[in-house]
Write a protein that binds this ligand. Structure first.
Ligand code: 5GP
Length: 195
């Protein structure tokens, strides 16, 4: 049976991944978005089953025990994980599965499925943009923003391990670049390189 194919998208908190991904998904039918599970609380306007599956710590750990996640990670103080069921759906529909995950999860998937992953790291035009964007988003207190900026500094060190870096100067430009990356069938090239 054909393997699942993954489009891993990472980038620091506040870089605007969600907007870029929404823009990207509106331009393609070949990709489905993986809805992750998390123990963090929903932000205003976030819906269970659409933005995330929201679980208590106990529920999340039960799911780890049952091996229901293809990968999971502790990001800051919250757990996040990708359900195996999303992989099955993408495989059945013969579509790419877009994983919007942190660098721990991204590297985990890249190491385990090296020939079936295209990885993209989204970067801000400048580091200061991250701070400004997190403040404008208004969903985190300054203390949480500072924690996220510290994580972002570390995450940015990993960008060279990704196949492509895409700058979010505008969501439209970043989404177009992602469409271009996907349309060039990079997986075939990766397989050729590894032969
Ligand atoms: P946020 O709380 O801002 O929605 O997400 C925080 C971080 O968790 C982001 O870097 C996001 O990419 C990451 N994340 C979201 N879902 C998953 C997941 O299923 N697995 C992993 N490893 N990271 C995730």
């Amino acid at each position: 049976m054909k393997n699942a194919t993954f489009l891993v998208v990472s980038g620091p908190s506040g870089v605007g991944k969600k907007t870029v991904i929404t823009e990207f998904l509106s331009r393609t039918d070949n990709v489905i978005l993986s809805v992750s599970a998390t123990t963090r609380k929903p932000r205003r306007n976030e819906k269970n089953g659409i933005d995330y599956w929201f679980f208590s710590h106990e529920e999340f750990h039960d799911k780890i025990q049952q091996n229901l996640f293809i990968e999971w990670a502790l990001v800051g103080e919250h757990y996040y994980g990708t359900p195996w069921s999303n992989v099955e759906i993408a495989k059945k529909e013969n579509k790419w599965l877009l994983l919007e995950i942190d660098v721990q999860g991204g590297l985990n998937i890249m190491n385990r499925f090296p020939e079936d992953v295209i990885s993209i790291f989204i970067v801000p035009p400048t580091f200061e943009d991250l701070h400004t964007r997190l403040q404008h988003r208004g969903t985190e207190l300054e203390e949480e923003i500072q924690k996220r900026l510290e994580i972002a500094k570390v995450e940015l060190l990993y960008k060279n391990q990704y196949d492509f870096t895409v700058e979010n100067d505008t969501p439209e430009n970043a989404a177009k670049k992602m469409i271009q990356i996907l349309s060039e069938e990079p997986l075939c090239k990766k397989k050729e390189k590894s032969l």
